[in-house]
Design a protein around this ligand. Structure first.
Ligand code: HEM
Length: 391
């Protein structure tokens, strides 16, 4: 049985997980991690096959590592299997469908353009604090249906919640108070009298009133949407701006051909997958090329590794804005494939499109500060200097 003692959640690995992931891909297609009670699938084909196989790779125990944290997500879209999952996912599907998103496009594009214009006017700014972190919170809070004054703490919740998807290390421990605050906030602030009637949160409350879901599922379901929509998108945008700053030629290619904004964003999702991986639980023994993963075992599906698998991608470590890797697994795949992927693309392309239109060059104005999180790959601070045409 192939084993490894690498701790994929240790600080040094989170700073640069790619050497460890490359090593795991070389070792075997399925590896038991001895630091934790879990296995990992590091190669693309197996990750994608497992994502499509919810009968053997179940989400119903939760998609985090620790049972105690998984219990909090019980009854949500993320932590369920069909047929429950099908019913839960349907609750907000019309609000995230292409038709609903088409109606949001003008507003989101205008919002992004204003935000980028304000940042660019400064010349020097922090592309995370001033841009990437502001935008999804504004958009999502509006869609959830929250009044402006109630939006404040949303950001700290998502970061903390993703930490608790990993094993119980110092990062997860430090996040517990924020996660408790989040559930308190969802219980008290996100109640019908504070919510716009056409928002996501109201739709979930209404489904409970109609008896379509249990009252006890309202807060976990709300939490899943709030968590899933925040740090993922923020860091996807931050990661892409960092890639543009580090690859000026690629940025100029996109500027010369703005239709490349979409493909460049997909390439960034592949190369720096914002959600690095989620767990599944095997429901029976599973054979992976002659290696047997026992039943009732936690298995980490490493999207970050799959998306750099040299068996799948040519020059996997490079940022190639014309690659358009539409079959990456950064947004998952199968029944749990990201429910908000259309919105994520709309938000990111709005911000990146506005940058490309307004900014002729992006340079780092200092070392980016990495934000370490047990699941999310992202940046805490990204100081940049930008120039506009003619400057
Ligand atoms: C670039 C940004 C995003 C990334 C990288 C991302 C990534 C992912 C991934 C990898 C999954 C699969 C989880 C699994 O297989 O267990 C997922 C699921 C999900 N995402 Fe996203 N996501 C993003 C943005 C969003 C947004 C904006 C929303 C807003 C609604 C959202 C809502 C969800 C939900 C509700 C699920 C659970 C779907 C299910 O279990 O059926 N995500 N996301």
């Amino acid at each position: 049985m192939p084993t490894s003692d690498v701790d994929l959640f240790a600080d040094d690995v989170l700073h640069d997980p790619y050497p460890a992931l490359r090593h795991l891909r070389e070792v075997a297609p399925a590896i038991r991690l001895t630091t934790f009670d879990a296995w990992v699938l590091p190669r693309y084909d197996h990750v994608r096959t497992a994502l499509a196989d919810h009968e053997r790779f179940s989400s119903a125990h939760g998609v985090g590592y620790e049972d105690q944290f998984n219990a909090q997500m019980k009854g949500t879209v993320l932590a369920s299997d069909p047929p429950d999952h099908t019913r839960l996912r349907a609750l907000l599907s019309d609000k995230l469908a292409p038709k609903a998103l088409a109606g949001l496009r003008t507003r989101i594009t205008a919002l992004a353009d204003d935000l980028v214009a304000d940042a660019v006017a400064k010349g020097d700014f922090d592309a995370v604090a001033d841009l990437a972190a502001v935008f999804p919170v504004t958009v999502v809070a509006e869609l959830v249906g929250l009044a402006e004054e109630a939006r404040g703490p949303l950001l700290s919740f998502a970061d903390a919640a993703f930490n608790t998807f990993g094993p119980f290390n110092a990062r997860a421990e430090a996040s517990i108070p924020f996660v408790s605050q989040m559930f308190g906030y969802l219980n008290t602030v996100m109640v019908p009298e504070n919510l716009r009637p056409d928002g996501w949160a109201a739709a979930i409350h209404q489904a409970a009133e109609r008896g379509e879901i249990e009252a006890a599922s309202v807060v976990p379901l709300l939490s899943a949407y709030v968590i899933a929509s925040m740090d993922t998108t923020i860091n996807a945008i931050g990661n892409t701006i960092l890639l543009f700053a580090r690859h000026p030629q690629a940025y100029q290619e996109v500027r010369a051909e703005p239709a490349l904004v979409g493909p460049a964003f997909e390439e960034s999702l592949r190369l720096e997958s914002p959600a690095q991986g989620f767990f599944r639980r095997t429901t029976q023994p599973v054979d992976i090329e002659g290696i047997t993963i026992p039943a009732d075992t936690r298995v980490l599906l490493s999207f970050a590794s799959a998306n750099r698998d040299e068996r799948k991608w040519q020059r996997p470590e490079e940022f190639l804005v014309r690659r358009n890797p539409v079959d990456h697994v950064a947004l998952g795949y199968g029944v749990h494939g990201c429910a908000g992927q259309g919105l994520a693309r709309l938000e990111a392309q709005a911000v990146l499109g506005a940058l490309v239109r307004r900014v002729s060059s992006i340079e780092l104005a200092g070392e980016p500060v990495r934000k370490l999180n047990n699941v999310i790959r992202g940046i805490a601070s990204l100081p940049v200097t930008v120039r506009t045409e003619g400057q």
